[in-house]
Design a protein around this ligand. Structure first.
Ligand SMILES: Nc1ncnc2c1ncn2[C@@H]1O[C@H](COP(=O)(O)OP(=O)(O)O)[C@@H](O)[C@H]1O
Ligand SMILES: [Mg+2]
Length: 444
């Protein structure tokens, strides 16, 4: 089925429905992890606008509804040329809370990156625009937490210029609106772009958004990521491990055209330690601008100032005209489940018998022989309440030995406490289990 036909079948609001007494529903533009966005017409003004409603499965969830209302309020407060503009927010008897925005005509950065890299100077200019939008948000004590190409929209700004518009404050941390209603143990965000401190559930700061924006800049220039090029289809979990442990590649090593000065700025923005990064988006944008000027000055006159980078299938400069046409959007995993699609499995490896596999949900559970524990291993060497597991939504699993007589081992080393990773073997008495983290999107 074509993408367009797909969208028609996925629309939960039929064309012609009137929402909030005024907004007549047209075509479904896209579905995100939380909401559906429709093209609508304001009946009195005959104005074309975009309307976002929650996906049907989230409409009864009070935490998601609250977060959605907060998103509208935050977008209204920011009001920046590089942020999508909100016109109205309301509550409809059928679809629940809704948000009316300017209708952006163009395509998301994610849809564009599915087709081409972005020429060097354009990519840096877009990064600076996004940094300015983020700065405005940070000054209002908000942290986006979900910067990614699907949350960036590109519109033609006239004269062939392209303007980036930041979307989706659904995951934002907004200190002054009170504690955001994120479910306990839930990490919002997208593994591929998350800062190390975000993955580790540590406090975030504007420098956390700087890290994610640098990942986006890298991707705009390479359609790749700064980590292991040998892995063909990295999972969200791979990314999380790399963000925590692997040094990023230098951009200039991948593309001759990118000056060392710009590579240095991006490397600093991707420092593992957030104190080593730029502490504000203004500082990041300024450093990028300076690097660009330095690079321009050191380029001989006859050489092209901004050689476009080669997209797959040949070198081509992107023009505003490429922004026309329907936008295509990859489906994001549903909000409220593991945002990263990683599922933890506890595999009981039984000698001479088939392995048994138990999915681990985020939260806390006990392992033991008793019928009252959440994860039962019926073997005489296992104590009735042998160990406790704390499963974090980002794939980290903590193990606590509960004083079991026959002991608990991780990879054959006695452990009272351990932080488990994919492939770790845990032995409870004589029973051997293995933790496996799999990307559910591969088999869903
Ligand atoms: N104002 C808008 N105009 C046009 N398209 C939009 C607009 N807002 C969002 N979209 C499209 O809808 C998609 C999902 O919107 P988003 O706000 O990110 O929803 P979610 O919170 O579900 O991720 C975006 O990636 C974008 O392609
Ligand atoms: Mg989104």
């Amino acid at each position: 089925m074509s993408h367009k036909a797909d969208l028609v079948t996925q629309a939960s609001c039929a064309a012609g429905t009137v929402i909030g007494g005024e907004y007549e529903v047209g075509q479904l533009i896209a579905r995100g992890g939380v909401g559906e966005v429709y093209r609508v017409t304001h009946r009195t003004l005959q104005a074309e606008l975009a309307l976002k409603v929650l996906l049907p499965e989230h409409r009864d969830r009070e935490d998601v509804r609250l977060r959605f209302r907060t998103e509208g309020r935050a977008l209204w407060e920011i009001s920046h040329p590089n942020f999508v503009k909100v016109h109205h927010a309301g509550e409809d008897a059928v679809v629940g809370p809704f948000l009316v925005m300017e209708l952006l005509r163009g395509r998301s950065l994610a849809a564009l990156l599915a087709r081409a890299t972005i020429p060097f100077e354009q990519a840096i200019a877009l990064t600076i625009q996004l940094a300015e939008a983020c700065q405005a948000m940070h000054e209002l004590e908000m942290i986006h937490r979900d910067l990614k190409p699907a949350n960036v929209f590109l519109v033609a700004a006239g004269g062939g210029e392209i303007r980036a518009k930041l979307l989706d404050l659904g995951a934002a941390k907004i200190a002054k609106y009170g504690t955001p209603p994120t479910a306990e143990h839930m990490t919002v965000g997208t593994g591929r772009y998350m800062s190390p401190e975000h993955i580790a559930c540590l406090p975030l700061s504007p420098a956390s958004d700087v890290y994610s924006l640098a990942q986006i800049a890298f991707e705009m220039l390479t359609r790749s990521h700064p980590f292991d090029p040998a892995v063909a289809a990295p999972t969200s979990f791979d990314f999380q491990q790399w963000h925590l442990q692997r040094p990023p590649r230098r951009l200039s090593e991948l593309c001759d055209e990118v000056p060392e000065e710009v590579s240095d700025v991006l490397l600093q923005a991707m420092s593992k330690s957030r104190v080593e990064r730029f502490q504000s988006m203004t500082a990041f944008a300024r450093a990028l601008g300076q690097a660009l000027r330095l690079a321009r000055n050191s380029v001989p006159h006859e050489a092209p100032v901004s050689p476009p980078l080669a997209p797959a299938g040949g070198t081509r400069k992107m023009s505003a005209g490429e922004l026309d046409g329907p936008s295509t959007e990859a489906m994001a995993p549903p909000f409220g489940e593991r945002a990263d699609g990683v599922v933890a499995l506890w595999v009981w490896l039984q000698e001479g018998a088939a392995a048994k596999s138990f999915p681990l949900r985020a939260g806390e559970l006990h392992v033991g022989r008793s019928e009252r524990v959440e994860l039962r291993l019926d073997h005489p060497s296992v104590s009735s309440k042998h160990a406790r597991l704390v499963v974090h939504p980002n794939g980290i699993v903590e193990l606590f030995d509960e004083g079991a007589k026959t002991g608990t081992w991780v990879n054959e080393r006695a452990a009272k406490y351990g932080m488990l990773r994919h492939g770790d073997r845990v032995r409870l008495g004589q029973v051997v289990c293995e933790l496996r983290l799999v990307d559910a999107r591969l088999w869903r």
